[in-house]
Ligand binder design. Structure first.
Ligand SMILES: [Zn+2]
Length: 480
């Protein structure tokens, strides 16, 4: 048997976080516990109603298309996709077919030993269906989800392993969160996957099997891994793969046959006569958010800050963390004018202490009081040798817990290394302890350590030890 290569394409359905649904003003609230609360004649498919397109959904979809470097179609069409199912009251779903919103984009997979471009074939808008809830002898339908805006993203079959599919899905979710167009929470069904998997020798096309309704990235990876092994076993025994749609069993972690595909399903698509063509002019396109993709950010961090790939991967895992890193870096670099030291300090205290503490305290950085400016200042005081590493860690913990601001802690803990302050302080102590001064003059060296002890007590240990010793010595020598 020749070397069989898996070819995997993905279809991703993403619920957009808009205020209203796609074609009516009903609330789009995925957390609404009461069934059939956010509904109206439009999203329950009553006769004689007219859909009106929600512009905010278009802008969010455009943001994603732009980030994926897609070609935006200035004119796209809404089409009716006909099929009968209880969760679809109109008996058709409004989607985009022949002319989608955008085509030809890319996602770059960047890992230590991987640099690969995955082509995006198309991105379009469509409405979500209602939700069937099944009981033993009956089913109920909740129309709160009916008409919620979805984008569907379709890739070319450029992925070659379950791991690549996993990385792709992770990168896409990260990008979606960067863009703030959806939480992409798989547990809430806000992102759903389908995978097309075929096995063939290089340059040949295998028979495609479609696995539908995959609810999480882990399940996507497992479904693909299972399907590759299953198809391999069939082919190695001289069998043929039948073109079919399969489901994924979340409990047994296997795929199972749902229906054979004799012909491509006929949805009798045609342009929706109730909706005008969607025209995207420059003004609309400019309202889409522009953001750096996570993979571009990662590559830029590696180049600009000369960071190892393993570390840059941690820094870009959320946009706030990445932003915090850059702000703190630029502030500390400004203060120290020392690139290598800045990098060493920021990476050390961010990756080891800050992230570790956030995990320990189970909080997100953006929920805390700590600002990048404060973080940089704290590290700068440490860099100047005015506080110890222990104090840096304590200050971070107190600040993250919201108990004390960093500046207050620095004030309390900062070493006193101002010669004038120390001078006055030591003079005062000497006046109060004439006997020790006399002892010192008479050659009792313990008196020196006794006086140092008094100074430390008075300053709660904050007096710079070396400088204190120098000044005290000078003063005692002068007295002689
Ligand atoms: Zn409605």
């Amino acid at each position: 048997m020749k070397n069989l290569i898996p070819k995997i394409g993905l279809e991703i359905h993403l619920e957009l976080a808009t205020q209203a649904k796609l074609f009516c003003s009903c609330k789009n609230d995925p957390d609404e516990p009461e069934p059939n609360k956010n509904i109206c004649p439009v999203c329950t498919g009553q006769p004689g109603v007219l859909p009106v397109l929600n512009e905010s959904a278009v802008i969010k979809a455009l943001s994603l298309a732009k980030a994926l470097k897609m070609k935006i179609n200035q004119k796209s069409l809404f089409a009716r996709k006909h099929y009968f199912y209880p969760d679809l009251p109109k008996n058709y779903q409004i989607s985009q077919y022949e002319l989608p919103l955008a085509t030809d984009g890319e996602v770059i997979l960047v890992r230590e030993n991987l640099r690969k471009k995955i082509r995006i074939r198309r991105l379009h808008l469509e409405e979500d269906t209602a939700k069937n809830i099944h009981f033993q002898n009956y089913s109920l339908i909740d129309f709160n989800r009916s008409g919620v805006p979805l984008v569907e993203i379709v890739t070319e079959p450029d992925l070659n392993s379950p791991e690549e599919a996993e990385i792709f899905a992770e990168e896409l979710v990260l990008l979606i969160r960067y863009l703030k167009i959806s939480q992409a929470d798989a547990e809430k069904g806000q992102i759903r996957f389908e995978a097309n998997i075929s096995l063939a020798e290089e340059d040949k096309l295998g028979v495609k099997v479609e696995v539908k309704n995959i609810g999480s990235i882990q399940s996507l990876k497992d479904a693909i891994a299972y399907e590759i092994e299953r198809q391999k076993a069939v082919l190695e025994k001289g069998g043929v793969i039948s073109q079919e749609t399969r489901g994924f069993d979340e409990i047994k972690r296997i795929t199972f046959s749902q229906r054979e595909k004799e012909e491509a399903e006929d949805y009798r698509y045609f342009p929706d006569p109730d909706l005008p063509p969607l025209l995207v002019n420059e003004e609309l396109e400019n309202r889409a958010i522009l953001t750096e993709t996570p993979w571009d950010k990662k590559l830029r961090f590696e180049k600009e800050y000369k960071i190892e790939p393993k570390l840059s991967q941690i820094l870009i895992r959320n946009q706030f963390l990445a932003h915090f890193f850059e702000e703190a870096f630029s502030e500390l670099y400004r203060l120290t004018d020392d690139f290598e030291e800045t990098k060493r300090l920021i990476l050390n205290y961010m990756l080891n202490d800050l992230i570790g503490l956030l995990e320990k305290l189970k909080i997100e950085l953006r929920e805390t009081l700590l600002t990048p400016h404060e973080f940089a200042h704290l590290l700068f005081v440490f860099y100047q040798n005015k506080i110890s590493s222990k104090i840096v860690k304590e200050a971070l913990e107190l600040s993250l817990k919201g108990e004390k601001r960093v500046e207050v802690i620095i004030q309390e803990k900062e070493k006193i290394s101002d010669a004038e302050i120390l001078n006055n302080l030591i003079e005062e102590i000497l006046r109060e302890n004439e006997k020790s001064v006399v002892d010192y003059k008479n050659g009792k060296k313990e008196a020196f350590e006794y006086l140092i002890g008094l100074i430390m007590k008075k300053t709660q240990g904050r007096a710079d030890p070396q400088l204190t010793r120098e000044i005290l010595k000078d003063k005692l020598e002068q007295e002689i």
